[in-house]
Design a protein around this ligand. Structure first.
Ligand code: ZN
Length: 216
C-alpha cells in the first residue's frame, strides 16, 4: 500500500493498486471509498511535497495528552507556552544554520546525486535532456519547465537524479532547482513572529497557573 501511495507516476500506482486488489479485495474497496486523492501522490489535488503521513498531527496529540485533562483556559495557556518555546528554540536553530538548504533536503539531494553516476545525458535542445539510466530506461528532463518524466521532481520540488544529471551536464548549480520552500531562509521566516504571555488585568491573572508553574 505504501508503494501505491508513494508512486510518482500513474502506471506505477495502477500496478501497485491491482496488486492490493488481488491480495486483499476488502482493503482495496476500503481504499477506493476513502478516495485516492486523500492517500496517494499521483491523485493528490495539491502539492504534498514529501509529506505522506499525519505524523505532525499525531505528535501534537501526544504533546496535548496531559493538557487535555486541564480546564479549558489552562489547556489554552499550556498550548500557548509550548508553542512560544518551540518558536524560540527553532528560531535560534534556524538563525545559527549556515546552510542554504534545510539539512533533510540536502541529504536527499546528495543521495540523488550519488545515483547519477551511471547515467548517460544527451541534449535534446539547450535546456532539455534525455537521461538514460543503467537499465536502459530513458527520462526527459525539461529544465526551464521544471519537469522530469519520472514526475518525482514536480511532486517533491526537489531535483531527482535525472534533473541533477542534466544540471551537471549544463554546469548549473543543483541548488537552483530546489524549491524555495526548503531554503533555510524560508524556515527562518516561519518563526519570525514571537508569542507573548497573556497579560494580567488589574493584577488578576486571566488564566490558572499550570501544575508546577511559578507565577512571579
Ligand atoms: Zn526524474
Amino acid at each position: 500500500m505504501s508503494a501505491a501511495a508513494r508512486a510518482f507516476v500513474l502506471d506505477d500506482f495502477n500496478k501497485k493498486f491491482l496488486e492490493i486488489q488481488r491480495v486483499n479485495p476488502g482493503c482495496a474497496a476500503y481504499l477506493v471509498d476513502v478516495g485516492f486523492s486523500h492517500w496517494t501522490r499521483v491523485h493528490s489535488a495539491g502539492k504534498r511535497y514529501n509529506i505522506m503521513d499525519n505524523n505532525i498531527a499525531e505528535s501534537w496529540n501526544q504533546v496535548l495528552k496531559e493538557a487535555r485533562e486541564y480546564p479549558f483556559i489552562c489547556m489554552l495557556e499550556y498550548i500557548r507556552t509550548t508553542v512560544m518555546e518551540w518558536f524560540a528554540v527553532r528560531r535560534t536553530r534556524a538563525a545559527s544554520s549556515a546552510s542554504v538548504i534545510a539539512p533533510t533536503v540536502r541529504k536527499i539531494v546528495e543521495e540523488n546525486f550519488e545515483s547519477t553516476m551511471a547515467m548517460a545525458v544527451r541534449p535534446i535542445s539547450d535546456f532539455e535532456f534525455q537521461v538514460q539510466i543503467r537499465s536502459g530506461e530513458c527520462f526527459t528532463v525539461k529544465l526551464v519547465e521544471g519537469t522530469c518524466s519520472c514526475n518525482q521532481f514536480q511532486c517533491l520540488s526537489i531535483p531527482c537524479p535525472h534533473v541533477i544529471a542534466a544540471a551537471n551536464r549544463l554546469g548549473v548549480s543543483v541548488d537552483t532547482f530546489v524549491d524555495v520552500a526548503y531554503f533555510e531562509e524560508t524556515i527562518r521566516h516561519a518563526y519570525d513572529e514571537k508569542i507573548y504571555p497573556i497579560p494580567s488585568v488589574g493584577g488578576i491573572l486571566l488564566w490558572e497557573p499550570l501544575p508546577g508553574q511559578k507565577v512571579t
